[in-house]
Design a protein around this ligand. Structure first.
Ligand SMILES: Nc1ncnc2c1ncn2[C@@H]1O[C@H](COP(=O)(O)OP(=O)(O)O)[C@@H](O)[C@H]1O
Ligand SMILES: [Mg+2]
Length: 213
């Protein structure tokens, strides 16, 4: 059963040895030459599966990879039964639910930041760090969708990661931007070079202002 159809991939809910699982299937793109399309889909599938398991080995929660099919360009992984961070933040905004305790939210945001700190400390750049790509199950935050990620020690690439997340917070609700400091707090506690990255984020923000002016 298809649960989501993105620009690059279809997400199917399936089973794997009796367990609920997700199949992420990278679909062909007609505008690409078939030979290039195949190579690109295989490379992205391989990279995504590798980064998901690299992150997990470092102690950052990600789905368990059950299987990879490089001919079908498919990853079969653990199904994470929980809301996206985006939905949690939207709930906070609209207060549909009883507002989650302020301390609970702070610790969630710190946890988010420290997980990113672990990734960056180990030179894993996520590449698409939005609030749709983080799921919450029990007390853990699961990172998914590493297909645009990379292994890199580049401060700028890490800054782009943080900046994208910041923008995601901002677009959910401007007030949430104020809470972003807790993310940076967790990030800085985990990662020694955090201040260099945060300086880069400032630069990126200012560059954006300049371009719009
Ligand atoms: N392992 C998973 N467990 C539960 N839901 C998932 C899982 N992987 C993906 N999803 C759902 O599918 C959506 C799209 O998956 P994602 O890997 O982010 O693909 P895309 O590249 O299309 O953004 C996610 O936002 C999430 O809602
Ligand atoms: Mg995604």
């Amino acid at each position: 059963m298809i649960i989501r159809r993105g620009a690059e991939a279809e997400i199917h809910l399936t089973t794997w040895l009796g367990r609920r699982a997700i199949a992420k299937h990278r679909v062909p793109k007609k505008y690409r030459l078939p030979i290039l399309d195949n190579a690109l889909r295989a490379a992205r599938t391989k990279k995504e599966a590798k980064l998901i398991s690299d992150a997990r080995r470092l102690g950052v929660s990600t789905p368990i990879i059950y299987d990879i099919d490089l001919k079908e360009h498919k990853i079969i992984m653990e199904y994470i039964d929980g809301p996206r961070l985006k939905d949690i933040l939207t709930q906070v905004q609209t207060q549909v639910q009883v507002q989650i305790d302020e301390n609970v939210q702070k610790s969630l945001l710190r946890k988010l930041g420290s997980a990113i700190g672990i990734l960056h400390k180990n030179n894993i750049v996520h590449g698409d760090l939005t609030t749709s790509n983080v799921l919450k199950r029990d007390e853990d935050l699961y990172f998914i969708d590493f297909s645009l990620g990379d292994i890199s020690d580049d401060i700028e690439a890490k800054g782009v990661d943080i900046h994208l997340l910041m923008e995601a917070f901002e677009s959910t609700h401007p007030e949430l931007l104020d809470e972003f400091k807790y993310v940076l707090e967790g990030y800085s506690n985990e990662f020694k070079a955090a201040s260099e990255v945060i300086k880069k984020v400032d630069e990126i923000v200012n560059r954006g202002r300049y371009m719009r002016a």
